[in-house]
Design a protein around this ligand. Sequence first.
Ligand code: G4P
Length: 529
Amino acid sequence: MTVLAEQVRRRRTFAIISHPDAGKTTLTEKLLLYGGAIHLAGSVKARRAARHATSDWMQMEQERGISVTSSVLQFEYQGKAINLLDTPGHADFSEDTYRTLIAADSAVMLLDNRKGVEERTRQLFEVCHRRRTPIFTFVNKCDRPGADPLQLLDDVERDLGLRCYPVMWPITAGDRLIGVYDRGERQIHLFEKGEDHGQTRVATQAGELDDPSVRALIGDEAHDKLLADIELLDMAGEEFDYDAFLAGEVSPTFFGSAMTNFGVEPFLRKFLELAPAPTPREATTGEVKPEDPNFTGFVFKIQANMDPKHRDRIAFVRVCSGHFEAGMQVKHVRTGKQVRLAAPTQFLARERTHIEEAWAGDVIGIHDRGNLRIGDTLSSNGDLEFQGIPRFSPEHFARILIRDPMRRKQLDTGLQQLSEEGAAQVFYAESIVGPAPIVGAVGQLQFDVLLHRLENEYGVSARLEPLSYHHARWVEGPEADVRRVATEGYGRTMVFDSKERPLILFDSEWTMKTTIEREKDLKFHDVAP
Ligand code: G4P
């Protein structure tokens, strides 16, 4: 096997999808603990402190700074090189969060054991589902009583259409967690509530299910319940179908507690075994295999520097094939120019380190002076381009008003460039030259960044007038019909995106759903068609 193939095979690039407070920060911290990056705990704490920060500038700087350094966490465990892509969640939830998922090869869906699937989980799941990304499920917070696990998994299936295959099963006596049972290995792991919030690696004890000493150990009540549960699961039947997992249809499911560090290590082991190594990606020339020796990659996220003295930005590139070496010349396919990728950055825990090399599956951060855009391909293999990154439907809309009408031209230029870069989306009520443009964003923080950058980079002082729409769909069909649908009744309006494609904005999910159901002749899309 070539060195490249060897390196590809040991890579696992994934993201965690969850609703705020399900425990993503805590789980990340524990995963890093196994990767030997123990000092990290401090920086994860710092993020947690920044997490609820409102976006005033000082805090935003801090928050951004922190999220830059932790955009990708790379660590090693049992010979595998693991890239954990950070998916900003709280105040900094944005279109970037969705785009990051496109760079991942698999995802871990983290659920709170009392809440199951929540709104953000659902939204992030949809993005993975569309790409058929393999998904693991980790039911967290099992150290405290939660919903009935069978019920919970049933809800996941009904809500998301994703079948769960329990790899681990919780062992409980009344409200108390005793441990988890590993169905594949036929072993139990006992839960020990440590005193130190799981800062150390817990020792696990294991034993066969029908071993009398196991019954003695976990008690009659827990043992009876476990036997009954496992019988039920076994009866329900199917073996774990690996191909269905790879196609994103079946989700290997785990139970544990990130906070007390219980069930995390068995999960990580199984994750490394099942999660796919980097897979081929579709490009204009056909499939690009990661083992192809020519370097290729695409930009999935651009982080602007908030400091006006330093305009440089970091473009995050997912390496799709080949071996990357510092200083290498590659083609920026959209412009046809050769660019030298000097001093790229990789992110290990808190430190940004300059790297000399990277392999397919990795993410590198490239300093950029404004040439790169989201979705751009970098290639040392000719003019191939990877499939574009879709625009995701915004959830917040506002009219953007300038204080000085003489600056309209600068505003339009700024909006056009910032929207190409992916900072926000721009819409027009009628035509591009018409009244105030409308901006749309997935998260509120995107608006703050937008205003700040318009002022600092384009000299445009603007303010936002929020609109009461929260959903948008691109619509395919005769324009007259789209206009009719948008103007009859309340809670709807028609706008155009920068490519003059029509959308309808809706004030509520209900308005949207009923409209879509009624208008069978029109096609509605939640990402730009
Ligand atoms: P997030 O990044 O997904 O938003 O969640 P985060 O890890 O910050 O966790 C949210 C809250 O849930 C935290 O409590 C955290 O301690 C708690 N938590 C995480 N994992 C577990 C678990 O396995 N069991 C239990 N019982 N709780 C868990 P907090 O009170 O908001 O913060 P803190 O004071 O504990 O730091």
